[in-house]
Design a protein around this ligand. Structure first.
Ligand code: HEM
Length: 511
């Protein structure tokens, strides 16, 4: 009797559960449809490329070459066009300086539909936070990028670069091209860990390397997730093989950051180490985080601490890796600019073997070439916002609060109304006279406004030291058989690596 009752109850329970799932699913669908209607209505006055009834523009975006697809759409639809990733997620994709200014000079939050995908990995760090918490953390961390803190990092950049170039000396002997991206990545991670996380003088450990590989996997999976609407729902994503691979890579990344935090906390127990920190005039990034207290004297929670470490660990090395690698590619592509940069840095360095802080301001031509390569190959090709209040654009069109914006930096930097002959590599676009006459929102590799990149000075210093040393040790040439295939993977990468031929120069300095 009991077993009959039990089986009856279980079957009722099953029915109730299925009913509940159906109702919840139905309510979710209604919510998605209403949101779609709101987003579509908001973008009514913006014509755009035809959309697939199910995928929106996702299929075209997913194809390699999506960057050039958006540039071609940008020619067809000046200012902006709707961009649908599936049926329910629609952005106004913008690539015009006045449009960029209208949105990015304000502090609207990041679009949660995209940035929430980061949460499992980098948590609520500076990149994702918004509102008073973001403001509090930004204020807290800004002194970590003060000019006095950045100064001694120049010596670190020199050392990490020399170690990479010694490795390249060996590889160059084989007299064939090789992919530089991964070595640049290891060097950038090494520098970052020494500068901001107080790592000692040893090279990258096995764990650091696992971290590096995990980030490469995470960025690939994140990009795929953004572009595939069927992966947008957390519940469904975590059940897929991609989702599980994402979780495994997150674990590998967290193991690394947890270890970095543990080591510094242990060092702080040591009195001598404490004395050293107190004697430093400026604290490094990790000191700041560990010593931080809010108005009521409360420390950052473990989750907040880890989120900031994860955020800076990722943002601080993957972006500069992309910037340096594409710059060296540009140098190989344009030997005349390569020679001019080399002449300049040779003259600055004289018979020394490393650069100093004061040298950075003298690298005029090199800096213009770095900016021109950041224009053509922006390390962060696309960023997203959600409007917290309505915006009126310069041509009279507007968008209501709640609308989603994608700023396509790659297409903005190729907008021919501000960049004549936009595909031509011309560093003179960045002479002070030319910069003064250009729209301030025409060049945004580090974004702009209150949510701009906190690490941009760090990044520019690193790029100058690293690239100058590279040019002193080697001549860079293309491998015509393996041209890079540009591909957005949160940062700008190449699908097949960046293969260059290196010829040692033995200039007498730089080593
Ligand atoms: C060439 C190198 C770099 C480029 C092109 C770059 C670009 C950017 C861009 C475009 C944003 C805005 C992101 C968004 O709106 O979603 C950003 C934000 C950020 N970047 Fe960078 N970045 C670089 C290097 C660095 C470095 C070296 C660090 C740290 C050491 C760093 C830390 C951050 C952080 C924490 C944010 C979030 C800031 C906030 O929202 O308050 N970046 N970066």
């Amino acid at each position: 009797m009991l077993s009959i009752l039990l089986s009856l109850n279980l079957s009722h329970l099953g029915l109730w559960a299925s009913g509940l799932i159906l109702v919840l699913g139905f309510l979710k669908l209604i919510r998605l449809l209403l949101r779609r209607q709101m987003l579509a209505r908001a973008m009514d006055s913006f014509p755009g490329p035809p959309t697939h009834w199910l995928f929106g523009h996702a299929l075209e975006i997913q194809k390699t070459g999506s960057l050039d697809k958006v540039v071609s759409w940008a020619h067809q639809f000046p200012y902006a066009h709707p961009l649908w990733l599936g049926q329910f997620l629609g952005f106004l994709n913008i690539y015009e300086p006045d449009y960029a200014k209208a949105v990015y000079s304000r502090g609207d939050p990041k679009a949660a539909d995209v940035y929430d995908f980061f949460l499992q990995w980098i948590g609520k760090g500076l990149l994702v936070l918004h509102g008073p918490k973001w403001y509090e953390h930004r204020k807290l961390l800004t002194p970590g990028f003060h000019y006095d803190v950045l100064k001694p990092y120049v010596a670190v950049f020199n050392n990490s670069t020399h170690a990479m170039l010694d490795k390249w000396e060996e590889k160059a002997r084989e007299d064939k091209s090789f992919d530089i991206f991964c070595d640049v990545g290891h060097m950038a991670l090494d520098s970052l860990m020494k500068c901001t996380f107080g790592k000692g003088n040893s090279g990258l450990s096995h764990r650091d390397n696992s971290y590096y590989l995990a980030v490469s996997d995470l960025t690939l999976l994140m990009q795929q997730r953004i572009e595939s609407f069927q992966y947008h729902n957390d519940f469904i994503y975590w059940l897929t093989p991609h989702g599980r691979r994402f979780l495994r890579a997150c674990q590998a990344a967290h193991d690394h950051t947890d270890q970095v935090i543990r080591e510094r906390k242990a060092a702080l127990q040591d009195e001598k180490e404490q004395e050293k920190i107190q004697n430093r005039r400026h604290l490094d990034f990790l000191d700041i985080l560990l010593g931080a207290r809010d108005e009521s004297g409360i420390k950052l929670s473990d989750a907040e601490l880890r989120a900031e470490v994860d955020t800076f660990m990722f943002e601080g090395h993957d972006t500069t890796t992309s910037g340096i690698s594409w710059f060296l590619y540009c140098m190989a592509l344009y030997p005349e600019h390569q020679s001019r940069c080399r002449e300049e840095v040779c003259e600055i360095l004289g018979d020394r073997d490393s650069f100093q802080w004061d040298d950075l301001g003298k690298m005029t031509y090199l800096t213009m070439c770095i900016k021109e390569s950041l224009r053509l190959y922006p390390p962060v090709p696309q960023v997203y916002r959600q409007l917290s209040k309505p915006v009126n654009f310069v041509d009279g069109r507007s968008l209501p609060a709640g609308s989603l914006i994608s700023l396509h930096i790659y297409a903005l930097h190729r907008n021919s109304s501000v960049w004549p002959d936009s595909e031509v590599f011309d560093p003179l676009r960045f002479t002070p006279e030319n910069v003064a006459t250009r729209h301030p929102f025409a060049f945004m590799p580090f974004s702009a406004g209150p949510r701009n990149c906190i690490g941009q000075q760090f990044a520019m210093n690193e790029m100058k030291v690293v690239t100058a040393l590279c040019l002193l040790r080697f001549e860079f040439a293309l491998d015509p058989l393996q041209p890079p295939i540009r591909m957005p993977q949160l940062i700008l990468r190449s699908k097949n690596g960046i293969h260059l031929r290196l010829k040692p120069l033995h200039l007498g300095s730089g080593k």
